[in-house]
Design a protein around this ligand. Structure first.
Ligand SMILES: [Fe+2]
Length: 261
């Protein structure tokens, strides 16, 4: 699914923010209130419970890494706010637009980054775009003549921060019921939709590397001597099977959950 803003002014704003990321942040409490503000029901909808848990994991990761927990939690609470309007993949863009309209520009960026591991436009659970391919060495690319959509343009101009990294990982560890291992979360997502075969191996390899990298970083900070995380980077190369990369991911997933929970 190609992703476009609903009008040119949002696109202009996104490209401006990509080059000039804001430094004014809202507090975690303000973000929580914004998320829950419109919910008049006695039981918040599942996606809001998921957001609350994403905020919790973001805060835990930030604390472990010694960075601003408030901002990390706030990003987690509002990252899916586009679901006020729509539940398709478009929720990322609608969320950005809602938050920009309310003057939440720093948090709006998280709406655009939360589904794309390390800024890879197709490093996610969704169907890859038709021009996308992964070469025999496992490197992603675009066919000649490919025309980037708005999100791809944004991602190509924006440098991910720790907060975007935390948000991506937290989104893949939080369900509406609580915090789970990344593999459990992927299984939970798979009950609703299949991961696309074109980018599945690439995404699983990216996710394995992300968990191993962040896990090793947290181990270093906490002074752990016996690393439970691989140093090797994985690429979904020709000849590698989905089972093989899933095996690597499962090891990283269990070690990561143990480390932070
Ligand atoms: Fe989410």
């Amino acid at each position: 699914m190609e992703l476009y803003f609903s009008n040119e002014s949002y696109k202009k704003k996104a490209m401006h923010l990509a080059a000039n990321p804001p430094i004014h942040y809202h507090s975690a409490q303000e973000a929580f209130d914004l998320l829950m503000g419109s919910d008049n029901s006695t039981h918040p909808q599942n996606w809001k419970l998921h957001c609350i848990n994403v905020g919790r994991v973001c805060g835990m990761l930030a604390e472990k890494c010694g960075v601003d927990c408030e901002h990390a939690r706030a990003l987690g609470y509002v990252h899916d706010i586009g679901r006020w309007q729509i539940h398709s993949f478009d929720h990322a863009l609608r969320g950005f637009e809602i938050l920009v309209d309310q003057g939440w520009e720093a948090e709006a960026i998280g709406c655009l980054t939360h589904s794309f591991l390390n800024g890879g436009r197709c490093a996610n659970n969704e169907e890859a775009l038709s021009d996308f391919f992964v070469d025999p060495d496992g490197r992603p690319g675009w066919k000649e003549g490919h025309c980037p959509d708005d999100v791809e343009e944004f991602l190509s101009r924006y440098a991910y921060t720790d907060f975007d990294l935390f948000l991506n990982v937290a989104d893949l560890m939080a369900t509406s019921k609580g915090i789970v291992t990344p593999v459990e979360r992927l299984n939970d997502i798979a009950t609703r939709r299949q991961i696309d075969p074109v980018n599945r191996g690439y995404f699983l390899a990216e996710f394995t590397n992300t968990l191993n990298g962040l896990g090793r970083r947290i181990e270093q900070i906490t002074g752990c001597k016996d690393s439970a995380f691989d140093r090797e980077l994985y690429y979904y190369r020709e000849g590698m099977t989905i089972e093989e990369i899933t095996y690597r991911l499962t090891a990283a997933s269990s070690a990561f959950y143990k480390l932070i929970c």
